[in-house]
Design a protein around this ligand. Structure first.
Ligand code: MTE
Length: 332
């Protein structure tokens, strides 16, 4: 996260089967038309089909994951999704290297089957569940979310999952539970950079209970119509679209309910730079750079202006009330 590397060239080659773009778009349109989407939804689908650049590493390689289009995301984002090529080859996943090209190169060693998700702490029903059981807790939805990285770039990604609140309701937190901690896999045998001193392992993230219960907070199993590629946090990750990207813990193995604010990976590494809340906020600079604008990956180029970063990444209407009365410069 501390290192800036140029995004991959659009023609990057990966050792994968290349599916023609037409196949990808046909499948996308099929899903879109099979769902009774609202006016906004169908407008978005049409814009996407026309404007999405051809992915050079096309979906179609991984297991398809069917989903309904979410009414929720249609209300909050009409951006054009980033090409799959970029979303799957320009990643932060420090367990596989600090260079953004390394996760796509190295994460094939991640073993995602079998996968057990452990739920523990202040809940009435602590449990261990296999990934398949976790996937059955609620209907899969496709949600197109903006992702704003703290380093100043952004993407728009069609994720597949369901609101984390569905899982939380299932395990029944006690009234003492005030925070949720997400612990991710740290397996030095399959993750070559676990053990490096750049961060303390495992990578841990956390949310306040009301943030975790917010319908936008997505427990994610797939993207672009398929299960997650390893480098994007397979088989299960988080997406909290109004926060900087590093809150989106990848390859989660444990969800713990607690009465104490969790000590999170980047906060432990540099607390003056990365706070617990990490809400996208163009008015609060990072100590070393401005947060007022961003470069949308795929739009880079001499003549493309940077975009203005929006308060709460554009989700202000949905989430600002969670922070009413809080000083967001102190609680950054
Ligand atoms: N989760 C784990 N386990 N390890 C990481 O290094 N990096 C974070 C977050 N989740 C990270 C992680 C950061 S800094 C970002 S920006 C996002 O994952 C990137 O997610 P993406 O590759 O799907 O865009």
């Amino acid at each position: 996260m501390l290192i800036r590397v140029a995004p991959p060239a659009a023609s990057v080659d990966l050792p994968s089967d290349i599916t023609p773009q037409s196949a990808y778009l046909n499948r996308r349109q099929l899903i879109a038309h099979s769902v009774a989407a609202g006016v906004l939804g169908s407008g978005l689908n049409a814009a996407w089909a026309q404007a999405t650049p051809a992915p050079t590493v096309a979906p179609g390689k991984l297991t398809p994951l069917t989903s309904k289009r979410s009414a929720l995301e249609n209300a909050v984002s009409n951006d054009v999704p980033t090409a799959y090529t970029y979303a799957s080859t320009y990643n932060n996943f420090y367990e596989f290297g600090t260079d953004k090209a390394e996760p796509a190169r190295n994460a094939h060693t991640l073993k995602t089957k079998p996968w057990t998700l452990e739920i523990e702490g202040m809940v009435k029903k602590p449990m261990q569940m296999g990934l398949e059981d976790a996937m059955k807790l609620a209907a899969m939805e496709e949600r197109i979310y903006r992702m704003r990285c703290v380093e100043g770039w952004s993407m728009v990604i069609p994720w597949i999952g369901f609101s984390l609140s569905e899982l939380i309701k299932h395990v029944e937190p006690t009234s003492n539970a005030k925070f949720v901690e997400f612990v991710t896999l740290a397996d030095p045998k399959t993750m070559p950079f676990v053990g490096s001193r750049v961060l303390q392992w495992p990578y841990v993230e956390g949310l306040r209970m009301d943030e975790a219960m917010h319908p936008l907070t997505l427990l994610t199993f797939g993207m672009y119509g398929e299960i997650l590629p390893n480098q994007n946090g397979a088989p299960i990750r988080l997406n909290v679209p109004w926060k900087y990207g590093f809150k989106n813990a990848k390859s989660i193995v444990k969800i713990r309910f607690t009465d104490k604010q969790p000590a999170t990976a980047w906060n432990k590494a540099a607390s003056h730079e990365y706070g617990f809340y990490s809400n996208v906020n163009p008015n609060v600079d990072h100590p070393r750079w401005s947060q007022s604008s961003e470069r949308r990956i795929g739009e880079d180029g001499l003549f493309n202006k940077k975009r203005k970063t929006l308060m709460f990444n554009g989700y202000e209407a949905q989430v600002a009330s969670l922070y009413s009365g809080m000083d967001l410069a102190k609680n950054f």
